[in-house]
Ligand binder design. Structure first.
Ligand SMILES: *Cc1c(COP(=O)(O)O)cnc(C)c1O
Length: 398
């Protein structure tokens, strides 16, 4: 593409089949949000009034009483937790992360303490809270949670993610029931979820979303829920929220993305993406040692992904070496590889510009043909992969 800004600043023209990844620039921002952002950038506004307008849009789309826009969903976790700790005490807000008296414990199931690029519990601790982990990695029972709630408990956090353990834990309904029986507010991290209403409907007091994931808004977070709790989180903008602030363009951009979401042809988009997945599946299906399976999203977002499973004895390449070859190639193609040590990766069709699906199919075919023709099995030690990634970031900016 000749109008691709990336070439002119020396960036690789990556194609994203991994999902909405912060490390790749999240998602394709919808035209409505881009237009909204450029229209407001030259103007002055009274930010709290703009946030009041955002609150109305968020309330309409989510069913919440109120809402506001912050820097990210991660910021939303910190602000919501901070609000639960300080209430509307402006002095306590200024004192954070120091908390006295210590009503600052926040419960989270151990199987929910994942990394979305940074640890969930760190977003909690940033607010001066103590993250109290309940249960074990693959089991939480009512007794764990009931006994962990004390007079020091400020809130409980529930994480919805494909990264969390998806069996043996308390589901949201039980989690809410136990918390509410003791008068404790429930904060749900729903950063990457399509359904803007279901978590509040299931009793969450605050639901948090990323503006830049499925919504296709600017990098931002949405805090939605009960009015007093949302207000107490909003007040943190005079405290720890200052460093997490968003400008007028992001607030207005999220408003536009939310309104576009309401009107989006969700069925049409799904059909197009299913077409891409089927194209890739057909190309992979008759190849020796390759199995391609359409799989639904693990957190029930209305989309499928293609799981590409390799038998290295037949493909002559491991799943991670194939992923790396695609990422090194021209153009670079980034697959969804968080479980790649099991010899599979996923292809996610949600972030493609029309035409890129063919490039992905061709590059996959090319690398698989090349590997198949190789006399040896291309199999670098998986341990080196994580190390390489961290070595590279530790050299940044070199
Ligand atoms: C992406 C993600 C986050 C972080 O969202 P940001 O808006 O990028 O801060 C938090 N939690 C979950 C479950 C996520 O998927």
């Amino acid at each position: 593409m000749s109008d691709d800004i990336r070439a002119s600043i020396g960036l690789r023209p990556v194609i994203n089949v991994s999902g909405t990844m912060t490390s790749l620039g999240a998602s394709i921002v919808v035209p409505e949000a881009i237009a909204a952002m450029s229209s407001i950038l030259p103007q002055f506004v009274e930010i709290n009034d703009l946030q009041r307008k955002a609150s109305a849009v968020i309330a309409r789309l989510t069913g919440a009483e109120a809402g506001f826009v912050t820097a990210s969903c991660s910021a939303g976790i910190s602000l919501a937790v901070a609000g639960a700790i300080t209430g509307n005490d402006l002095l306590a807000i200024e004192k954070l992360p120091d908390v006295t008296p210590e009503k600052n414990e926040v419960l989270v199931q151990m199987g929910h303490v994942v990394s979305y690029g940074a640890p969930v519990d760190q977003a909690i601790r940033l607010a001066g809270a103590k993250a109290v982990l309940i249960g074990q990695a693959t089991s939480t029972h009512r007794f764990h949670m009931e006994n962990a709630i004390t007079e020091r408990t400020a809130a409980v956090v529930y994480v919805v993610s494909h990264h969390v353990v998806d069996y043996g834990l308390l589901n949201l309904k039980e989690f809410v029931e136990i918390a509410h029986a003791k008068g404790v507010p429930v904060i749900v991290d729903a950063a990457s979820e399509y359904d803007l209403r279901v978590f509040l409907e299931q009793g969450a007091d605050i639901a948090l979303y990323s503006g830049h994931k499925f919504l296709g808004g600017p990098t931002s977070g949405i805090v939605a829920g009960k009015k007093d709790l949302v207000r107490n989180a909003f007040l943190q903008n005079m405290g720890i929220g200052r460093g997490m602030k968003v400008g007028k363009e992001s607030i207005f951009g999220v408003m536009a993305a939310l309104e576009a979401w309401e009107k989006r042809d969700h069925a049409g988009i799904r059909e197009r993406e299913t077409g891409y997945l089927n194209l890739w599946k057909q190309m992979l299906d008759d190849r020796p040692g390759v199995t391609a399976l359409l799989e639904p999203d693990p957190t029930k977002n209305p989309l499928d992904r293609l799981r590409v499973i390799l038998k290295p004895e037949e493909t002559h390449i491991t799943a991670w070496d194939l992923a790396d070859a695609l990422a090194r190639g021209t153009p670079p193609i980034i697959v969804r590889d968080h479980e790649v040590e099991h010899q599979y990766f996923y292809l996610d069709a949600c972030n493609l510009h029309p035409g890129q699906e063919k490039i992905v199919a061709n590059r996959l075919a090319e690398e698989l043909d090349k590997a198949r023709a190789s006399n040896e099995i291309i199999a670098t030690p998986i341990e080196n992969r994580g190390k390489r990634r961290f070595d590279a970031v530790l050299r940044w900016p070199d």
